[in-house]
Ligand binder design. Structure first.
Ligand code: PMP
Length: 473
């Protein structure tokens, strides 16, 4: 495929923008070649400066669950923009979005969304929820109050400050391979672009800050218990991706998140569930909704203290949020002593996009996302198997990725031990055939409800050559 206009754009961008990109994950850092410069996106497709159309499995890294430029979302944005771009004052839409989120999460995503359960959910190493029976124990609404911010980074950064302010403690526990945005405290052994670029952390983070973050192996409750035995009196919070999806997809072991909440609470610490990526993508009430709808052997729900959202909640515009226990959330200014603010927080145009997206994302959308994920995951797996490429499919609801390894990885070390060199030729073969995949083996694939026979056909048709390329690597 002739990439000359993309090459020109990239060369020009590099003159003015570090690395030519405004977010490192866009730079093709581990797959090589020229990033495509996009000019438009519609439904299941993105189009680059050369007019090439790609069936899109990046979907803006998550937000575009309805597909690109969904008419209802575009109309809501146009209508809001015509009323003014930003007021620096409260708007009714902010409360409406807060109520929408609270309603969804409190009802575990069931209310008004049809009778279907969380079908096709790969929870904890392939255990499926389909066979679950009974009702979860009543739990407090995990989102009693919510504050809107502009990025996932702000949401997690604020959640941590809030947990520290509320508990009067300093230490934070995170898990290796989990990505929570780029605030100082959270860059240690983080996934996403840092995994892609094999960076253990970031220069510019002081040793004092790094020392306040304990990094533990994922899915390892013994390590968590040990850390609490040693430091429990000074741990403000555990932060965990609801289901890890920034080191490729690695679902939590069944009961892992619930055990984290129990251990944290036993020691007076808070549990922050990061649903920036999973929230309103894997189900109507995010990962929490899927897990809390399950019946677990020793009964009962579990209660995160704070949850962060991003991506889908803004429908493609800069909007994110943190929510949780009212007594904790009320520690935020102006009621409480923990400061947080934003000129564009709750921006009316972004809020309109978020409301329109959540309103359109009904049960049928989630059923469709699950079915599309099933189709693509099994077709990719079949193509790789045909070529004898050792791999496993990693699933967490409708999120999935592939690891070139014999056993499903459960930790960052295991993820990194895979034959990652097989991904770049696979990626480029797909791109050449008009399919846009995440440019790193350490990222999840994102489906949208706009995928149909045409785009799925294009993706499936591209697979044999890509699998051959992976085999030949
Ligand atoms: N948390 C998670 C789980 C994420 O996946 C991301 C972004 N990929 C973030 C936080 C940071 O969000 P943002 O890029 O909007 O700052």
């Amino acid at each position: 495929m002739n990439a000359s206009a993309n090459d020109t754009q990239f060369a020009r961008a590099r003159q003015s923008i570090p690395g030519g990109v405004n977010s490192p994950v866009r730079a093709f850092g581990s797959v090589g070649g020229t990033p495509r410069f996009m000019v438009s996106a519609q439904g299941a497709y993105v189009t680059d400066v050369e007019g090439h159309r790609y069936a899109d499995l990046v979907n803006s890294w998550g937000p575009a669950i309805l597909g690109h430029a969904h008419p209802a979302v575009v109309a809501a944005v146009q209508e809001a923009a015509a009323r003014g771009l930003s007021f620096g004052a409260s708007t009714p839409g902010e409360t409406e979005l807060a109520e929408l989120v609270r309603g969804r999460v409190n009802n575990h995503g069931r209310e008004g969304l049809g009778s279907g359960g969380p079908g096709g959910v790969g929870l904890g190493g392939g255990v499926r929820s389909d066979g679950a029976v009974g009702l979860p124990k009543e739990t407090r609404n995990p989102v009693e109050k919510i504050r809107l911010v502009s990025t996932g980074t702000e949401a997690t950064m604020t959640a941590i400050r809030l947990a520290r302010g509320f508990t009067g403690r300093e230490l934070l526990i995170k898990f290796a391979g989990h990505y929570h945005g780029h605030s100082d405290a959270l860059l240690a052994e983080a996934g996403s672009g840092l995994a892609t670029l094999a960076m253990p952390g970031s220069a510019g983070v002081t040793a004092a800050t790094a020392a306040q973050t304990l990094v533990l192996p994922y899915n390892d409750l013994d390590a968590v218990r040990l850390a609490f035995e040693e430091h429990g009196h000074n741990v403000a919070a555990i932060i965990v991706e609801a289901a890890a999806a920034n080191m490729g997809v690695v679902a939590p072991a069944r009961g892992f998140n619930r055990a984290l909440s129990q251990i944290a609470h036993e020691f007076g610490a808070l549990l922050i569930i990061d649903e920036v990526l999973t929230g309103f993508r894997v189900g109507p009430a995010g990962w929490w909704g899927l897990e809390s709808s399950l019946v677990v052997p020793d009964g009962g729900g579990w209660e995160p203290d704070l949850i962060t959202y991003g991506k889908v909640i803004g429908g493609g515009l800069p909007l994110a949020a943190l929510g949780g226990r009212a007594d904790v959330m009320d520690f935020l200014a102006p009621l409480g002593p923990v400061y947080q603010a934003g000129t564009l927080s709750g921006n009316p145009v972004a809020v309109a996009a978020g409301i329109a997206t959540l309103r359109a994302a009904d049960r049928s959308v989630y059923d469709r996302l699950d079915a599309t994920a099933d189709t693509i995951a099994s077709e990719v797996s079949a193509a790789l198997s045909t070529e004898g490429v050792e791999h496993v499919v990693q699933r967490a609801g409708n999120l999935f990725s592939f690891a070139f390894t014999a056993e499903p990885p459960r930790t960052y070390d295991q993820v990194r031990a895979q034959q990652a060199f097989r991904y770049p030729p696979f990626f480029h073969a797909m791109l050449d055939a008009g399919v846009s995949l995440p440019p790193s083996v350490f990222e999840a694939w994102f489906v949208s409800a706009a995928h149909n026979g045409e785009s799925l056909g294009q993706i499936v048709a591209a697979l044999p050559a890509a699998a051959k390329a992976a085999a030949a690597a």
